[in-house]
Write a protein that binds this ligand. Sequence first.
Ligand code: CP
Length: 339
Amino acid sequence: MSQFTGNHVLSVNQFDRDAIEKIFHVAHSMEPYARRQKRTTVLDGAILGNLFFEPSTRTRVSFGTAFNLLGGEVRETTGMSSSALAKGESLFDTARVLSGYSDIIAMRHPQAGSVAEFSEGSRVPVLNGGDGANEHPTQALLDLFTIKRELEYNGKQIDGLHIAMIGDLRYGRTVHSLSKLLCLYKNIHFTLISPKELAMPDNVISAIENAGHKLTVTNQIEGVVNADICYQTRIQEERFTSQAEANKYRGRFRLNQSIYTRHFQSKTVIMHPLPRDSRMEANELDNDLNSNPNLAIFRQADNGVLVRMALFALTLGVDDLVSKYEREVVWYTNKSQSL
Ligand code: CP
């Protein structure tokens, strides 16, 4: 039984470098299944409760897809108003009940700390799919997995990385979790670019400083030279008290090909957890970057399936059995022959 078996995934704080390497090793081995070239039924009979009390496209669907690709079934609840939470039921009671219907639960909720609270009532492992402005640990793992792959392609490694994080660093939970994970590595240079009202929270800054990393804090995109990774974020309008308040910051840090060419190296990898706000007033990551080979945002989203498959396999203790229950995929074989 591994350190993962039966445990919740609530925060990146629970991982060390060995654990991350293990997750990445298993994630890598999931590639043929994620590409639908092979099928495994290792989770045949298992049920994922996929509970999303806040909007999501990637996290919700990739959790479900990952579980299906391992042979399991998915039951979903979306939206607060269609659940009994709207009638005053506690997170504890909801967890007690729904964990009787599932073998594992993935959950997103708008309140910080809510997924941890839910996990206390759960009889099965719970994976945090984002709790308010707090954490998004599975996103951070897939971001780091992407950074590792993209850097390796450029002949580099995570140790010694220079990352520029841009935009809403206050409410953007993905940058909180990713920063904490990066603190486990050596000689990281963090350049944090945001309006001062949307600066990175103090606890994340302290984690970076206490780990001895280089930190540059600025409200200007100009002058970011030598960044290996440019991690752009969305203004998290759902966390502001009003649209007018969010509008003050929307569009402050646009990135397009011309700005990229002016301020970044020719190999700087462009990342974004998505969704990117493509409305004219924001346009934080312009479509004119779509043909830039360094735009990794869709590779990043694809990697979410690999990492979430790995987390399911490890948490349910079947990571060594995946290939034992492997079989050919009729559709892929037929598709290959007809192309
Ligand atoms: N990156 C991310 O969490 O996307 P969704 O909100 O679509 O799940």
